[in-house]
Design a protein around this ligand. Structure first.
Ligand SMILES: Cc1ncc(COP(=O)(O)O)c(C=O)c1O
Length: 462
């Protein structure tokens, strides 16, 4: 068996529950493709499932909560499959519309501010070391006035961070292990995985593809991608992402009023992930605080990642209003502040200089242009799948297109698309059992790659 075959076999036989064993049989490609690889493959295979052979073992037992996790985090698994594909087809021009990483250069008005800050660090006057853990005041003020003007969010309610994903885990540390979570199903995997790691869940139940003690709130075309809140049993914390990754659905004002009302009636806390809010084109709310009463029940986390191409720079923020209280009356913000001060030393001063530049009038204009570019990509992808007769969701208010393949396993469709078109997508079931039968196509890509991927989709599904 060749190395390629060996690796491919070991990957497809992964015992992950959400990673359905690939039943897709590789057939000869029927699409003729240019022979050249696009860009650099950054796929790093984590040795998670490989047994580390050492003669010496410590006496420390493995964290039983981490041991509950099923295989790898979704995106490293996709990267592994992509690597295996490249070994199989070394000359293939692989296009990645899977992981949801930004591709377009950061506008110069933003990078020049970061460069200036970096150079200033080499001078006596411009040097600064540790900053405030909560972020620099001017950036916190700019976030407040840009995203929360007229919403009565105060500057010290805002905590600047190294990204929304990191804040999701810090929030889980705040909540601890004795809470019950609810998540949209499908949803961004970090909510469920961090909940498992914190010990909030029971073991994984293979038959239903869910962890125990998490409320999976089904979101599908039939319910307009908004859960039936009357059908869930009371959670302490509700993770809610709008516009949603992966479905692309943006909740309406009426739906968010219902959500806030539910939290008020049940004494739950909402963690509202608005990482894609600037992609909204209609009049859907861009912040949960547009809903009256939300400050008493909701935290909001957001990010510069998908607005300014900061996925590598790393900058985000979380709003914890001082009105949000625990059952004993203690402010949640004080505990969040304690966790931030204990486990985080503040965002990089260079990325904060970039964030401030993002929120200048020129920076805002530049971000709108980048977002507009990705939205054009989204339209191209939506038009392609619709012209092929597929039912397509999302896209309008988010950089993700949620394509329906009724009755099919989403991992099989993922494999079919990869095998026959060399395009990496994301299987819907990787976002939870509610994603089965769907594939997420990301609009983050250079225009020529989006056009080429769409040409290949047309050849495959014509
Ligand atoms: C819904 C959602 N929240 C958070 C993140 C992570 O954002 P950040 O890069 O700020 O950590 C992502 C990234 O894809 C996301 O889709």
């Amino acid at each position: 068996m060749s190395i390629t075959q060996n690796l491919t076999t070991s990957i497809s036989s992964s015992s992950s529950s959400f990673l359905a064993p690939s039943s897709f049989n590789s057939r000869r490609q029927n699409v003729s493709l240019p022979a050249k690889r696009v860009g650099v493959c950054k796929c790093v295979a984590t040795p998670q499932e490989q047994e580390v052979q050492t003669a010496y073992k410590t006496k420390v037992s493995r964290n039983a909560n981490i041991a509950k996790l099923q295989a790898g985090y979704l995106f490293p698994e996709i990267a592994r499959r992509r690597s295996a594909h490249l070994l199989k087809y070394p000359d293939a021009k692989v296009i990645s519309l899977g992981i949801g990483d930004t591709t377009e250069p950061i506008p110069e008005v933003i990078t020049s501010a970061m460069a200036k800050k970096a150079h200033a660090l080499s001078t006596i006057e411009g040097y600064s070391g540790y900053g405030a853990e909560q972020g620099e005041k001017p950036l916190r003020s700019a976030i407040a006035s840009t995203f929360y003007s007229h919403l009565d969010i105060e500057v010290d309610d805002i905590f600047v961070s190294d990204g929304a994903k990191c804040d999701i885990s810090r929030l889980q540390m705040v909540f601890g292990s004795n809470v019950k979570m609810a998540v949209q199903d499908p949803s961004y995997p970090a909510y469920v995985d961090s909940s498992v790691i914190m010990g909030q869940t029971g073991p994984y139940q293979k038959d239903v593809e869910k962890y125990g003690n998490i409320e999976y709130m089904r979101c599908n075309p039939e319910n307009g991608f908004f859960p039936d809140l009357s059908a869930i049993s009371r959670p302490d914390v509700i993770f809610f992402c709008s516009p949603n990754n992966p479905t692309g659905a943006a909740a309406t004002r009426e739906q968010l009023i219902q959500l806030v009302q539910y939290a008020q009636d049940n004494g739950s806390i909402i963690v509202y992930d608005s990482a894609y809010a600037m992609y909204i084109s209609g009049d859907n709310p861009r912040s949960i605080y547009e809903i009256p009463g939300a400050k008493e029940v909701a935290i909001e986390t957001s990010s510069f990642s998908k607005y300014a191409g900061f996925t590598g720079v790393r900058l985000g923020w979380t709003v914890v209003p001082k009105q949000l209280l625990y059952s004993d009356g203690f402010p949640v913000a004080k505990d969040f502040n304690r966790i931030v001060c204990t486990s985080f030393n503040g965002s990089s001063n260079i990325s904060q200089a970039g964030g401030l530049a993002c929120l200048s009038p020129e920076g805002l204009q530049a971000m709108q242009e980048v977002i507009g570019f990705y939205k054009e990509n989204t339209n191209i992808i939506v038009d392609t799948f619709e012209s092929l007769g597929f039912k397509v969701y999302g896209g309008k208010n988010a950089p993700y297109v949620w394509v329906h393949f009724p009755g099919r396993s989403s991992w099989d469709v993922f494999s079919e698309i990869l095998e026959k078109t060399h395009v990496v997508t994301t299987p819907g079931s990787g976002f939870g059992p509610g994603g089965e039968g769907f594939v997420r196509v990301s609009a983050f890509g250079h225009r020529e790659n989006i056009l080429e991927a769409c040409r290949r989709f047309k050849q495959l599904y014509k």
